[in-house]
Design a protein around this ligand. Structure first.
Ligand SMILES: *[C@@H]1O[C@H](CO)[C@@H](O)[C@H](O)[C@H]1NC(C)=O
Ligand SMILES: *[C@@H]1O[C@H](CO)[C@@H](O)[C@H](O)[C@H]1NC(C)=O
Ligand SMILES: *[C@@H]1O[C@H](CO)[C@@H](O)[C@H](O)[C@H]1NC(C)=O
Ligand SMILES: *[C@@H]1O[C@H](CO)[C@@H](O)[C@H](O)[C@H]1NC(C)=O
Ligand SMILES: *[C@@H]1O[C@H](CO)[C@@H](O)[C@H](O)[C@H]1NC(C)=O
Ligand SMILES: *[C@@H]1O[C@H](CO)[C@@H](O)[C@H](O)[C@H]1NC(C)=O
Ligand SMILES: *[C@@H]1O[C@H](CO)[C@@H](O)[C@H](O)[C@H]1NC(C)=O
Ligand SMILES: *[C@@H]1O[C@H](CO)[C@@H](O)[C@H](O)[C@H]1NC(C)=O
Ligand SMILES: *[C@@H]1O[C@H](CO)[C@@H](O)[C@H](O)[C@H]1NC(C)=O
Ligand SMILES: *[C@@H]1O[C@H](CO)[C@@H](O)[C@H](O)[C@H]1NC(C)=O
Ligand SMILES: *[C@@H]1O[C@H](CO)[C@@H](O)[C@H](O)[C@H]1NC(C)=O
Ligand SMILES: *[C@@H]1O[C@H](CO)[C@@H](O)[C@H](O)[C@H]1NC(C)=O
Length: 566
């Protein structure tokens, strides 16, 4: 205030002298350095000057004389105060004052006497001093999000005029907004020097984005700035999550890892895990692992902060499991025709998908063995799936039974040169087939579903009864077939070709006999009726006159002849 009013007074004085002399710009001197106050700035030539005299205003209009120089004489110091040792004058009549101080901020007047005129040149002097540096002190260790925190003091020490300080965040100036940014400035004038120390205190409410932001302060208009600084932004946990691994499906036997994920800076380092009610506290980790979980681990799990249990996350965890029991299992041997009772048990955490294969081929439905056949033999596999758990059970079923002959028949080759005998057998283990005659073995079918077919080629030279005998470890069976001589057949009429049993021959014999008898009776009847009236049929036209019995017999003959047509 004092300085200001002094400056104001000087300005008034300056204005007052304006009418008389050329006004001068205020001279700015640097604190502590030699202050040079020019006189009349060369308006009057040095040789014209008779007397140069410097004075200053002591206040209240009382002049203080500093020095005087008369032409061709040495400078004479007139000052008696502190200026006595500080003042001098150079050749251009400039007043020199050593070690400028703030108290030198006043008006110095140069009086010049020429031939007969007296001129006064008042000069207003200002003393400036830059602050040595800008320094941030008392900075915060960390900034807490949302809390107005003193970030630091920016100090501009010993300056004149007092430094104005501006704060910057990432090179953008910060202005007090009454909420998140508050800037308090204090200026302290040191009484001995008059220099001002400006302290600007920034209070700042950090946001998350301020992580890594760089703060600094700068003196307005001066090439001075502080070093920049960054701060750890701290905030308390706002979100907490319980992560469960494996993420997709937790199976019995898996390792269950619980991870408590909480934000905050610094991040929390200890957590509480609530394992279905049981509390476990972990330090310096955020995970907890339960190895080899069992189905009993299904339940509710939580994690929370140890220092703020209201920050809590909850997860319901389900352990999937699957147990199956298939009875019977292993190798099962059953007799054909018996039943096989399957017992299937599933104990699982969820809906099970069930499928069956037999010999690796998919079955449409569960096999039902109420009456086992040979074709039921095979490897059965039961696959049950729940989630990602798949279990299989299997059994090998063998259906066995004694060897039996299912059929035995003969066929004549197209050219009539030989006969093929076919014996079809069933049974398991594989029946061995044997024949009662030696023939050329044509082949044996593969043994499939308990069936086997055996063929031989024979060229019988006589009527034969051929046996097919089948045998396995569980039993044997035999069947016979009559095979007529091929040589005779070739000679025989088609009608008479009978190679069946003696019974057939007997039947034929009976038929022939009956036919003869019929002919004889018919002839007698014809002779008799010819006498009475004209007859209508002739001998040989059998079909017209055959009796019921004859018809039956004829049919039998037909049958037999067809059988013989081999
Ligand atoms: C001026 O001062 C110098 C030494 O500083 C001296 O030699 C000289 O005689 C003086 N002149 C006058 C006129 O006093
Ligand atoms: C004196 O003034 C003139 C012109 O203003 C200047 O050229 C010269 O350097 C000055 N001399 C000194 C010693 O200041
Ligand atoms: C400081 O700010 C004030 C007010 O804005 C201004 O008058 C003064 O000149 C400034 N000082 C500096 C050294 O810039
Ligand atoms: C401050 O910044 C430096 C360099 O960019 C960085 O290495 C340091 O980690 C930061 N410190 C903080 C607390 O952000
Ligand atoms: C469970 O962890 C143990 C060791 O901690 C490891 O040997 C085992 O393989 C893990 N089991 C599974 C299913 O990852
Ligand atoms: C997992 O636990 C079951 C019983 O719960 C046990 O039979 C099995 O051996 C365990 N497996 C391991 C790898 O520890
Ligand atoms: C967990 O299950 C319980 C009971 O079944 C239920 O009350 C709770 O809301 C569930 N919690 C979650 C996070 O699903
Ligand atoms: C099949 O199993 C059921 C139940 O296990 C039983 O009641 C039934 O008697 C069994 N049948 C046979 C033929 O074993
Ligand atoms: C198996 O088949 C029998 C008759 O074919 C039937 O009575 C029975 O219910 C079936 N059993 C199953 C389990 O399908
Ligand atoms: C062989 O004879 C049987 C009946 O005796 C008949 O079913 C089958 O078709 C015949 N096969 C051939 C190749 O003639
Ligand atoms: C079949 O042939 C063998 C020798 O090959 C012979 O010993 C056997 O007596 C013959 N059997 C018949 C029924 O002809
Ligand atoms: C074979 O049987 C037929 C009738 O079936 C008969 O006519 C024939 O005489 C018989 N041959 C021999 C050699 O017994």
């Amino acid at each position: 205030m004092h300085l200001l009013s002094a400056g104001y007074a000087s300005a008034l004085l300056l204005i007052a002298l304006l009418s008389q002399v050329t006004s001068l710009e205020p001279i700015i001197g640097q604190y502590g350095e030699m202050l040079k106050i020019p006189c009349n700035s060369g308006a009057i030539k040095a040789e014209d000057i008779a007397i140069t005299k410097w004075k200053y205003d002591k206040g209240d209009g009382v002049p203080g004389y500093l020095l005087v120089k008369q032409k061709n004489q040495n400078v004479s110091i007139s000052a008696t105060d502190e200026y006595k040792v500080r003042v001098s004058m150079d050749k251009n009549s400039s007043l020199l004052i050593s070690a400028a101080k703030l108290s030198d901020q006043r008006t110095f007047t140069c009086m010049v006497v020429t031939g007969g005129d007296v001129f006064e040149y008042p000069v207003n002097v200002l003393i400036h001093k830059l602050p040595a540096k800008l320094e941030i002190s008392g900075e915060a260790e960390e900034l807490e999000i949302g809390r107005l925190t003193k970030l630091g003091n920016c100090v501009a020490k010993d300056a004149n005029p007092p430094a104005n300080i501006t704060w910057f965040k990432n090179n953008k100036p910060l202005e007090a907004d009454g909420k998140g940014i508050s800037i308090k400035v204090s200026v302290v004038v040191e009484s001995s020097t008059g220099l001002s120390t400006t302290t600007s205190t920034l209070e700042y409410s950090a946001m998350k984005e301020d992580t890594g932001a760089r703060f600094k302060c700068r003196a307005d208009g001066l090439p001075l700035e502080s070093s920049s600084m960054n701060f750890t932004i701290t905030y308390s946990t706002e979100n907490i999550m319980l992560e469960v691994s494996p993420q997709k499906e937790l199976k019995e036997g898996d390792n269950l890892t619980l991870k408590c994920v909480a934000d905050g800076n610094p991040a929390p380092t200890s957590f509480n895990f609530h394992l279905k009610g049981e509390l476990v506290t972990v330090e310096n980790t955020d995970t907890y692992t339960i190895a080899n979980v069992s189905r009993d681990a299904t339940g509710e799990y939580k994690c929370s902060l140890t220092d703020d249990t209201s920050m809590e996350a909850t997860r319901n965890i389900t352990v999937t499991y699957l147990d199956i029991n298939l009875s019977p299992s292993g190798n099962i041997v059953k007799r054909a025709g018996e039943a096989l009772n399957l017992s299937l048990q599933i104990d699982s955490s969820g809906k099970a998908e069930v499928s069956w294969t037999k010999n690796n081929a998919k079955l449409g439905k569960q096999p039902n063995f109420t009456k086992l056949g040979y074709s039921d033999s095979g490897r059965y596999e039961w696959t049950v799936t729940v989630g990602h758990i798949t279990r299989t059970a299997s059994f090998d079923l063998t259906v066995e039974g004694p060897a039996v002959v299912k059929s035995l028949f003969k066929n004549r080759s197209n050219d009539g040169q030989h006969k093929v005998l076919t014996c079809e057998a069933e049974g398991s283990p594989k029946p061995a087939v044997s024949w009662s005659i030696n023939g050329t073995v044509l082949g044996e079918s593969p043994f499939v579903n308990g069936k086997i077919t055996h063929k031989i080629k024979v060229v019988p030279s006589a009527n034969l009864t051929v046996h097919c005998t089948v045998t396995n470890s569980l039993g044997n069976d035999s069947r016979a077939i009559n095979v007529s001589s091929l040589i005779e057949e070739v000679r025989m009429d088609k009608q008479d070709q009978s190679e069946d049993s003696d019974q057939t021959r007997l039947v034929v014999g009976v038929i022939v006999g009956l036919l003869i008898a019929t002919l004889v009776i018919g002839l007698a009847y014809w002779v008799y009726s010819k006498k009475s009236k004209q007859g209508s049929w002739k001998t040989g036209e059998k079909e017209c006159g055959s009796s019921e019995e004859e018809k039956k017999l004829e049919e039998k003959v037909e049958e037999n002849s067809q059988k013989a047509e081999v």
